[in-house]
Design a protein around this ligand. Structure first.
Ligand SMILES: NC(=O)c1ccc[n+]([C@@H]2O[C@H](COP(=O)([O-])OP(=O)(O)OC[C@H]3O[C@@H](n4cnc5c(N)ncnc54)[C@H](O)[C@@H]3O)[C@@H](O)[C@H]2O)c1
Length: 373
Protein backbone atom coordinates (compact mmCIF):
# COMPACT_ATOMS: atom_id res chain seq x y z
CA UNK A 1 0.00 0.00 0.00
CA UNK A 2 1.19 3.49 -0.77
CA UNK A 3 0.02 6.70 0.82
CA UNK A 4 1.23 10.14 -0.23
CA UNK A 5 1.79 12.95 2.25
CA UNK A 6 0.82 16.11 0.34
CA UNK A 7 3.39 18.75 1.20
CA UNK A 8 4.06 20.47 -2.13
CA UNK A 9 7.64 20.00 -3.25
CA UNK A 10 8.33 18.08 -0.03
CA UNK A 11 5.59 15.50 -0.64
CA UNK A 12 6.62 11.95 0.13
CA UNK A 13 5.21 8.43 0.07
CA UNK A 14 4.57 6.13 3.01
CA UNK A 15 4.87 2.49 1.95
CA UNK A 16 3.00 0.02 4.15
CA UNK A 17 3.22 -3.72 3.68
CA UNK A 18 4.84 -6.97 4.70
CA UNK A 19 8.38 -7.95 3.79
CA UNK A 20 9.03 -4.55 2.23
CA UNK A 21 12.63 -4.70 3.45
CA UNK A 22 13.29 -7.71 1.23
CA UNK A 23 12.35 -5.76 -1.89
CA UNK A 24 15.53 -3.75 -2.31
CA UNK A 25 14.01 -1.32 -4.81
CA UNK A 26 11.73 0.30 -2.23
CA UNK A 27 14.77 1.74 -0.51
CA UNK A 28 17.15 2.04 -3.40
CA UNK A 29 14.92 4.15 -5.64
CA UNK A 30 14.63 6.82 -2.90
CA UNK A 31 18.40 7.35 -2.64
CA UNK A 32 19.89 10.01 -4.91
CA UNK A 33 23.54 10.07 -3.82
CA UNK A 34 26.29 7.57 -3.11
CA UNK A 35 26.77 7.88 0.66
CA UNK A 36 24.29 6.47 3.14
CA UNK A 37 24.41 6.53 6.91
CA UNK A 38 22.16 4.12 8.80
CA UNK A 39 21.17 5.01 12.36
CA UNK A 40 19.74 2.16 14.41
CA UNK A 41 19.71 0.84 17.97
CA UNK A 42 21.22 -2.19 19.63
CA UNK A 43 17.94 -4.17 19.66
CA UNK A 44 17.00 -3.49 16.06
CA UNK A 45 20.45 -3.86 14.47
CA UNK A 46 20.76 -7.65 14.93
CA UNK A 47 17.26 -8.12 13.54
CA UNK A 48 17.00 -5.90 10.49
CA UNK A 49 20.27 -4.14 9.68
CA UNK A 50 21.51 -6.84 7.31
CA UNK A 51 18.36 -6.60 5.17
CA UNK A 52 18.83 -2.85 4.85
CA UNK A 53 22.54 -3.13 4.07
CA UNK A 54 21.76 -5.73 1.40
CA UNK A 55 19.46 -3.23 -0.31
CA UNK A 56 22.27 -0.66 -0.33
CA UNK A 57 24.83 -2.88 -2.05
CA UNK A 58 27.20 -0.78 -4.16
CA UNK A 59 26.75 2.41 -2.13
CA UNK A 60 29.17 3.74 0.46
CA UNK A 61 27.53 3.00 3.81
CA UNK A 62 28.27 3.46 7.47
CA UNK A 63 26.21 2.50 10.53
CA UNK A 64 25.79 4.17 13.91
CA UNK A 65 24.19 1.92 16.54
CA UNK A 66 22.95 3.62 19.70
CA UNK A 67 21.79 2.12 23.00
CA UNK A 68 18.06 1.41 22.99
CA UNK A 69 15.75 3.81 24.80
CA UNK A 70 14.83 7.42 25.39
CA UNK A 71 18.13 8.23 27.15
CA UNK A 72 19.83 7.98 23.73
CA UNK A 73 17.97 10.94 22.22
CA UNK A 74 20.81 13.34 23.03
CA UNK A 75 22.99 15.99 21.44
CA UNK A 76 25.96 13.74 22.22
CA UNK A 77 24.52 11.00 20.02
CA UNK A 78 23.71 13.55 17.31
CA UNK A 79 27.40 14.45 17.40
CA UNK A 80 28.27 10.77 16.96
CA UNK A 81 26.12 10.77 13.84
CA UNK A 82 27.83 13.95 12.54
CA UNK A 83 31.25 12.37 13.14
CA UNK A 84 30.18 9.27 11.22
CA UNK A 85 28.83 11.41 8.36
CA UNK A 86 32.14 13.28 8.24
CA UNK A 87 34.11 10.01 8.20
CA UNK A 88 31.85 8.79 5.39
CA UNK A 89 32.64 11.91 3.38
CA UNK A 90 28.92 12.65 3.25
CA UNK A 91 28.03 15.40 0.76
CA UNK A 92 24.77 17.31 0.42
CA UNK A 93 23.25 14.49 -1.60
CA UNK A 94 23.99 11.93 1.14
CA UNK A 95 21.12 10.10 2.79
CA UNK A 96 20.44 9.21 6.42
CA UNK A 97 18.25 6.18 7.14
CA UNK A 98 16.63 5.79 10.57
CA UNK A 99 15.98 2.11 11.22
CA UNK A 100 14.11 1.60 14.48
CA UNK A 101 11.53 3.15 16.79
CA UNK A 102 10.71 6.76 17.53
CA UNK A 103 13.96 7.37 19.38
CA UNK A 104 16.06 6.49 16.35
CA UNK A 105 13.63 8.35 14.08
CA UNK A 106 13.64 11.57 16.11
CA UNK A 107 17.44 11.56 16.52
CA UNK A 108 18.07 10.59 12.90
CA UNK A 109 15.73 13.23 11.55
CA UNK A 110 17.35 15.84 13.77
CA UNK A 111 20.85 14.95 12.51
CA UNK A 112 19.64 14.85 8.88
CA UNK A 113 18.07 18.30 9.24
CA UNK A 114 21.37 19.77 10.46
CA UNK A 115 24.08 18.03 8.44
CA UNK A 116 25.14 20.49 5.73
CA UNK A 117 21.87 22.33 6.46
CA UNK A 118 19.79 19.31 5.57
CA UNK A 119 20.20 16.01 3.73
CA UNK A 120 17.78 13.34 2.56
CA UNK A 121 16.23 11.27 5.28
CA UNK A 122 14.38 7.94 5.11
CA UNK A 123 12.38 6.48 7.96
CA UNK A 124 12.13 2.72 8.39
CA UNK A 125 9.97 2.53 11.54
CA UNK A 126 10.06 -0.79 13.39
CA UNK A 127 7.70 -0.07 16.31
CA UNK A 128 3.95 0.35 15.95
CA UNK A 129 4.20 3.77 17.59
CA UNK A 130 6.79 4.89 15.07
CA UNK A 131 4.73 3.55 12.15
CA UNK A 132 1.52 5.31 13.14
CA UNK A 133 2.94 8.45 14.68
CA UNK A 134 6.57 9.49 14.99
CA UNK A 135 7.80 8.59 11.48
CA UNK A 136 5.09 10.69 9.82
CA UNK A 137 4.93 14.46 10.01
CA UNK A 138 8.51 15.67 10.17
CA UNK A 139 8.92 16.49 13.85
CA UNK A 140 12.48 15.69 14.93
CA UNK A 141 14.18 16.38 18.24
CA UNK A 142 16.63 15.50 20.96
CA UNK A 143 16.20 15.89 24.71
CA UNK A 144 18.09 18.20 27.04
CA UNK A 145 18.36 17.97 30.82
CA UNK A 146 15.93 20.92 30.77
CA UNK A 147 13.25 19.05 28.92
CA UNK A 148 12.17 16.45 26.41
CA UNK A 149 12.20 17.32 22.70
CA UNK A 150 13.40 20.86 23.48
CA UNK A 151 15.84 21.07 20.57
CA UNK A 152 14.58 20.03 17.18
CA UNK A 153 13.50 20.88 13.68
CA UNK A 154 10.71 20.17 11.25
CA UNK A 155 12.37 17.97 8.64
CA UNK A 156 10.26 15.79 6.39
CA UNK A 157 11.55 12.40 5.26
CA UNK A 158 11.88 11.51 1.57
CA UNK A 159 10.07 8.25 2.21
CA UNK A 160 8.68 6.13 5.03
CA UNK A 161 8.88 2.35 4.70
CA UNK A 162 6.64 0.66 7.28
CA UNK A 163 7.28 -3.07 7.06
CA UNK A 164 4.64 -4.73 9.25
CA UNK A 165 6.73 -7.91 9.37
CA UNK A 166 9.22 -6.14 11.65
CA UNK A 167 6.53 -5.89 14.34
CA UNK A 168 6.69 -9.68 14.86
CA UNK A 169 9.72 -9.17 17.12
CA UNK A 170 8.36 -6.16 19.01
CA UNK A 171 7.85 -6.84 22.74
CA UNK A 172 4.19 -7.07 23.74
CA UNK A 173 4.20 -3.97 25.93
CA UNK A 174 5.71 -1.84 23.16
CA UNK A 175 3.14 -3.17 20.69
CA UNK A 176 0.22 -2.31 22.99
CA UNK A 177 1.67 1.15 23.64
CA UNK A 178 1.51 1.73 19.87
CA UNK A 179 -2.14 0.68 19.83
CA UNK A 180 -2.94 3.61 22.13
CA UNK A 181 -1.90 6.04 19.38
CA UNK A 182 -3.98 4.04 16.88
CA UNK A 183 -7.04 4.39 19.13
CA UNK A 184 -6.31 8.12 19.35
CA UNK A 185 -7.07 8.61 15.62
CA UNK A 186 -10.45 6.92 16.03
CA UNK A 187 -11.15 9.00 19.11
CA UNK A 188 -10.24 12.40 17.67
CA UNK A 189 -11.44 12.25 14.08
CA UNK A 190 -12.87 8.93 12.88
CA UNK A 191 -15.76 7.29 14.71
CA UNK A 192 -16.07 4.57 12.05
CA UNK A 193 -12.44 3.62 12.62
CA UNK A 194 -13.04 3.43 16.37
CA UNK A 195 -15.91 1.03 15.70
CA UNK A 196 -13.63 -0.99 13.40
CA UNK A 197 -11.07 -1.19 16.22
CA UNK A 198 -13.79 -2.42 18.60
CA UNK A 199 -14.76 -5.07 16.07
CA UNK A 200 -11.14 -6.14 15.58
CA UNK A 201 -9.69 -6.21 19.09
CA UNK A 202 -9.04 -9.97 18.90
CA UNK A 203 -7.33 -9.71 15.52
CA UNK A 204 -5.15 -6.86 16.71
CA UNK A 205 -4.37 -8.55 20.03
CA UNK A 206 -3.35 -11.63 18.02
CA UNK A 207 -1.22 -9.38 15.78
CA UNK A 208 -3.05 -10.32 12.59
CA UNK A 209 -0.93 -8.85 9.80
CA UNK A 210 -3.89 -7.69 7.76
CA UNK A 211 -5.55 -6.03 10.77
CA UNK A 212 -2.32 -4.25 11.69
CA UNK A 213 -1.79 -3.13 8.09
CA UNK A 214 -5.28 -1.61 8.02
CA UNK A 215 -4.75 0.08 11.39
CA UNK A 216 -1.39 1.53 10.27
CA UNK A 217 -2.82 2.72 6.95
CA UNK A 218 -5.83 4.42 8.53
CA UNK A 219 -3.67 6.03 11.23
CA UNK A 220 -1.14 7.31 8.70
CA UNK A 221 -3.91 8.63 6.45
CA UNK A 222 -5.25 10.71 9.31
CA UNK A 223 -1.86 11.96 10.44
CA UNK A 224 -0.80 12.74 6.86
CA UNK A 225 -3.97 14.74 6.21
CA UNK A 226 -3.65 16.74 9.39
CA UNK A 227 0.06 17.41 8.81
CA UNK A 228 -0.62 18.48 5.21
CA UNK A 229 -3.12 21.06 6.50
CA UNK A 230 -1.07 22.26 9.48
CA UNK A 231 2.57 21.19 9.26
CA UNK A 232 3.85 23.60 11.92
CA UNK A 233 1.10 22.98 14.47
CA UNK A 234 -0.42 26.42 14.39
CA UNK A 235 -3.88 24.93 14.86
CA UNK A 236 -5.42 21.59 13.93
CA UNK A 237 -2.24 19.51 14.41
CA UNK A 238 -2.56 20.14 18.16
CA UNK A 239 -5.56 17.79 18.14
CA UNK A 240 -3.05 14.95 17.76
CA UNK A 241 -2.05 15.77 21.33
CA UNK A 242 -5.37 14.46 22.68
CA UNK A 243 -4.57 12.83 26.04
CA UNK A 244 -0.95 13.95 25.83
CA UNK A 245 -0.98 16.73 28.44
CA UNK A 246 -2.29 14.32 31.07
CA UNK A 247 -0.02 11.61 29.64
CA UNK A 248 3.17 13.70 29.79
CA UNK A 249 2.36 14.63 33.36
CA UNK A 250 2.04 10.97 34.31
CA UNK A 251 5.26 10.13 32.46
CA UNK A 252 7.04 12.85 34.40
CA UNK A 253 5.55 11.81 37.74
CA UNK A 254 6.70 8.27 36.98
CA UNK A 255 10.17 9.60 36.08
CA UNK A 256 9.83 8.03 32.64
CA UNK A 257 10.21 4.63 34.31
CA UNK A 258 6.63 3.71 35.16
CA UNK A 259 4.79 4.16 31.89
CA UNK A 260 5.69 3.83 28.26
CA UNK A 261 4.58 6.89 26.29
CA UNK A 262 1.62 5.05 24.73
CA UNK A 263 0.48 3.73 28.10
CA UNK A 264 0.54 7.24 29.56
CA UNK A 265 -1.40 8.48 26.51
CA UNK A 266 -4.03 5.75 27.09
CA UNK A 267 -4.55 6.97 30.66
CA UNK A 268 -4.38 10.58 29.47
CA UNK A 269 -7.05 10.07 26.79
CA UNK A 270 -9.29 8.44 29.37
CA UNK A 271 -8.78 11.38 31.74
CA UNK A 272 -9.42 13.91 28.96
CA UNK A 273 -12.59 12.06 27.93
CA UNK A 274 -13.81 11.89 31.53
CA UNK A 275 -13.10 15.59 31.97
CA UNK A 276 -15.02 16.36 28.77
CA UNK A 277 -17.98 14.37 30.10
CA UNK A 278 -17.64 16.11 33.47
CA UNK A 279 -17.84 19.47 31.69
CA UNK A 280 -20.90 18.35 29.74
CA UNK A 281 -19.03 18.50 26.42
CA UNK A 282 -19.13 14.76 25.66
CA UNK A 283 -21.49 11.90 26.50
CA UNK A 284 -20.42 9.92 29.55
CA UNK A 285 -21.12 6.75 27.55
CA UNK A 286 -18.50 7.74 24.96
CA UNK A 287 -15.88 8.21 27.68
CA UNK A 288 -16.69 4.74 29.02
CA UNK A 289 -16.58 3.30 25.50
CA UNK A 290 -13.09 4.71 24.92
CA UNK A 291 -11.80 3.37 28.25
CA UNK A 292 -13.28 -0.08 27.53
CA UNK A 293 -11.54 -0.26 24.15
CA UNK A 294 -8.19 0.77 25.62
CA UNK A 295 -8.55 -1.87 28.35
CA UNK A 296 -9.38 -4.50 25.72
CA UNK A 297 -5.99 -3.72 24.19
CA UNK A 298 -4.39 -4.38 27.58
CA UNK A 299 -3.72 -0.69 28.19
CA UNK A 300 -4.00 1.10 31.53
CA UNK A 301 -6.76 3.71 31.92
CA UNK A 302 -6.27 4.86 35.49
CA UNK A 303 -3.46 6.09 37.69
CA UNK A 304 -3.46 6.52 41.43
CA UNK A 305 -1.53 9.79 41.52
CA UNK A 306 -3.45 12.47 43.38
CA UNK A 307 -5.55 14.84 41.33
CA UNK A 308 -3.81 17.81 42.94
CA UNK A 309 -0.31 16.64 42.03
CA UNK A 310 -1.35 15.97 38.43
CA UNK A 311 -2.88 19.42 38.02
CA UNK A 312 -0.01 21.14 39.81
CA UNK A 313 2.51 19.56 37.45
CA UNK A 314 0.35 20.30 34.41
CA UNK A 315 0.45 23.98 35.32
CA UNK A 316 4.19 23.82 35.90
CA UNK A 317 4.78 22.06 32.56
CA UNK A 318 2.74 24.64 30.72
CA UNK A 319 4.60 27.37 32.60
CA UNK A 320 1.30 29.07 33.16
CA UNK A 321 0.54 31.55 35.84
CA UNK A 322 -2.96 31.93 34.49
CA UNK A 323 -5.93 30.40 36.26
CA UNK A 324 -6.94 28.32 33.26
CA UNK A 325 -5.31 25.64 31.12
CA UNK A 326 -5.40 24.95 27.37
CA UNK A 327 -6.28 21.30 26.72
CA UNK A 328 -7.42 19.08 23.88
CA UNK A 329 -10.87 17.95 24.93
CA UNK A 330 -13.64 15.99 23.32
CA UNK A 331 -17.14 16.29 21.93
CA UNK A 332 -17.44 12.50 21.92
CA UNK A 333 -16.23 9.76 19.57
CA UNK A 334 -14.52 11.23 16.51
CA UNK A 335 -14.52 14.88 17.61
CA UNK A 336 -11.63 16.46 19.51
CA UNK A 337 -11.44 20.17 20.18
CA UNK A 338 -8.94 22.71 21.53
CA UNK A 339 -10.31 24.30 24.71
CA UNK A 340 -8.47 27.38 25.95
CA UNK A 341 -9.93 27.93 29.37
CA UNK A 342 -10.16 24.78 31.45
CA UNK A 343 -10.33 25.53 35.16
CA UNK A 344 -7.93 23.49 37.32
CA UNK A 345 -10.75 22.96 39.83
CA UNK A 346 -12.76 21.16 37.14
CA UNK A 347 -9.83 18.92 36.29
CA UNK A 348 -9.35 18.05 39.96
CA UNK A 349 -13.05 17.33 40.44
CA UNK A 350 -13.14 15.14 37.33
CA UNK A 351 -10.03 13.18 38.34
CA UNK A 352 -11.39 12.69 41.83
CA UNK A 353 -14.64 11.32 40.43
CA UNK A 354 -12.82 8.80 38.28
CA UNK A 355 -12.07 5.35 39.58
CA UNK A 356 -8.68 4.66 41.11
CA UNK A 357 -6.51 2.01 39.44
CA UNK A 358 -2.90 0.82 39.15
CA UNK A 359 -0.38 2.80 41.15
CA UNK A 360 1.89 5.53 39.89
CA UNK A 361 4.85 6.14 42.25
CA UNK A 362 4.26 9.08 44.56
CA UNK A 363 7.71 10.54 43.87
CA UNK A 364 7.30 13.68 41.82
CA UNK A 365 10.95 14.31 41.01
CA UNK A 366 10.90 15.54 37.46
CA UNK A 367 13.27 14.05 34.93
CA UNK A 368 12.02 16.34 32.22
CA UNK A 369 10.34 19.40 33.64
CA UNK A 370 9.28 20.52 30.15
CA UNK A 371 7.96 18.45 27.33
CA UNK A 372 7.33 19.47 23.76
CA UNK A 373 5.34 17.06 21.62
N1 LIG B 1 8.40 12.92 16.06
C1 LIG B 1 7.16 12.70 16.47
O1 LIG B 1 6.19 13.21 15.90
C2 LIG B 1 6.94 11.77 17.62
C3 LIG B 1 5.65 11.34 17.94
C4 LIG B 1 5.50 10.43 18.97
C5 LIG B 1 6.60 9.99 19.69
N2 LIG B 1 7.83 10.45 19.36
C6 LIG B 1 9.03 9.99 20.08
O2 LIG B 1 9.15 8.59 19.85
C7 LIG B 1 9.91 8.03 20.92
C8 LIG B 1 9.26 6.74 21.33
O3 LIG B 1 9.27 5.87 20.23
P1 LIG B 1 9.09 4.29 20.43
O4 LIG B 1 7.94 4.02 21.29
O5 LIG B 1 9.17 3.68 19.08
O6 LIG B 1 10.37 3.92 21.33
P2 LIG B 1 11.81 3.33 21.01
O7 LIG B 1 12.39 3.88 19.79
O8 LIG B 1 12.57 3.49 22.28
O9 LIG B 1 11.52 1.78 20.78
C9 LIG B 1 10.97 1.01 21.83
C10 LIG B 1 11.79 -0.23 22.11
O10 LIG B 1 11.54 -1.22 21.10
C11 LIG B 1 12.76 -1.69 20.56
N3 LIG B 1 12.45 -2.08 19.17
C12 LIG B 1 12.16 -1.25 18.15
N4 LIG B 1 11.75 -1.95 17.09
C13 LIG B 1 11.80 -3.26 17.43
C14 LIG B 1 11.47 -4.46 16.76
N5 LIG B 1 10.93 -4.47 15.54
N6 LIG B 1 11.68 -5.63 17.41
C15 LIG B 1 12.15 -5.63 18.69
N7 LIG B 1 12.44 -4.52 19.39
C16 LIG B 1 12.25 -3.34 18.77
C17 LIG B 1 13.73 -0.56 20.71
O11 LIG B 1 15.06 -1.02 20.71
C18 LIG B 1 13.30 -0.03 22.09
O12 LIG B 1 13.87 -0.82 23.11
C19 LIG B 1 9.96 9.08 22.00
O13 LIG B 1 11.24 9.66 22.05
C20 LIG B 1 8.94 10.13 21.55
O14 LIG B 1 9.28 11.43 21.97
C21 LIG B 1 8.02 11.33 18.35
Amino acid sequence: MRLDVQLGDRAYPILIGTDLLRVTGHLREAIAGKQVLILTDENVAPLYLQAVLAALDGLRTSTVTIAAGEASKTLANAERVFDALAALGAQRNACLIALGGGVVGDLGGFAAALWMRGIDFIQIPTTLLAMVDSSVGGKTAVNLAHGKNLVGAFWQPRRVIADIATLSTLPDREYRAGLAEVVKYGAICDGAFLTWLEDNTNALNDRSTSAIAHAVLRSCQHKAQIVARDERETGERALLNFGHTFGHTLETLGRYQTWLHGEAVAIGMTMAAQLSAHLGMAPQGDAQRLATLLRQFGLPTTASESAHSIVELMRLDKKTLSDVLRLILWRGVGRAEIVENVAPADIIASLQNAANGPAVPASATTLFSRVLD
